[in-house]
Design a protein around this ligand. Sequence first.
Ligand code: ADP
Ligand code: TRP
Length: 319
Amino acid sequence: MTGKKPILLSAIKPTGDLHIGNYFGVMRQLVELSKTGKYQLLVFVANYHALNTVQDAEEMRQRTRELVRAYIATGLDPKEVIFFKQSDVPAHTELCWIFDTITTMPYLMRAHAYKDAEAKNKEISVGTFNYPLLMAADILLYDTAVVPVGADQKQHVEITRDVAEKFNRIFKADVFRLPEAYIMPEVATVPGIDGQKMSKSYGNTISIFASRDELAKQIMSIVTDSSGKRPENVYRMHRLVRTDAELLPLYDAHRGNYKALKELLIEDLDRYLAPLRAAYGLLKDDSSIIDDVLARGRQEARTISEAKMEEVRRTIGVY
Ligand code: ADP
Ligand code: TRP
């Protein structure tokens, strides 16, 4: 199935409703990359990463299914892409442990997520501290060539490269391939309705599958300043679906009329998202599709990762 194409691997945690930051930051480019035919795509639900925050079985189950449905609705073809759940492939946690043993605590303390928690004086779980190493295992198990991520995940890919190099050096073997992060600068950070980075943890999101009414409500509440100049927060979001050349004359014509500009944005975003919303609705009616896709993916991901684990076990002398 994977043939000789380079592997492109992506994952999202099932931790909340998908928003247009996730979509324009990662999912859309994933669909574009899949259409080039240049890569074999592996896409998984990072449910063990999510377990640090989602600690309710029903919520975990439901969000996992929603995520796979969303990926398919936004244009990934389940006949081409291998979809699976992280927890269905035991090699992820096994390799994570091996990485634990070759990584120091001071090194992991430099990770952004840890530093943020520390700055806020928050107590974090060992799982959150260790998050980057589970992610390194996710990526390295499949000889991944490319990892498309938002700018906030760049450091995790750098950590992954460090871990791969360190393992190869310690065991004097060329076991792990160094992956590249793939970040589209143009949409590197999608702003939320308050102008900060859109994130479910800031409560400033717009859902990909929001109804037109919800969309209108959220867009109307985008924060603007009262200087009378271009409302930057509205413009930045508008740029996701239209070019500068199209937008500049519109924003000139409606200078100072924020309401009119927001209404235009509602129109444009709704037109863009309507087909995705419709596809998502159709998939909701047939849940067996999702079960089949995940069962197939589980088999394929296990086969690939088990071969890599045999190589790893032999290399470290436990085989
Ligand atoms: P959140 O910040 O809402 O918790 P996640 O951390 O689950 O989102 O992000 C999932 C993926 O979507 C990541 O690869 C992340 O880089 C990307 N992403 C999330 N928010 C944005 C955003 N506002 N702009 C661009 N990409 C984003
Ligand atoms: N850490 C990523 C996020 O928060 C999710 C993730 C887990 C991931 N494992 C991965 C992304 C491997 C790419 C590759 O968005």
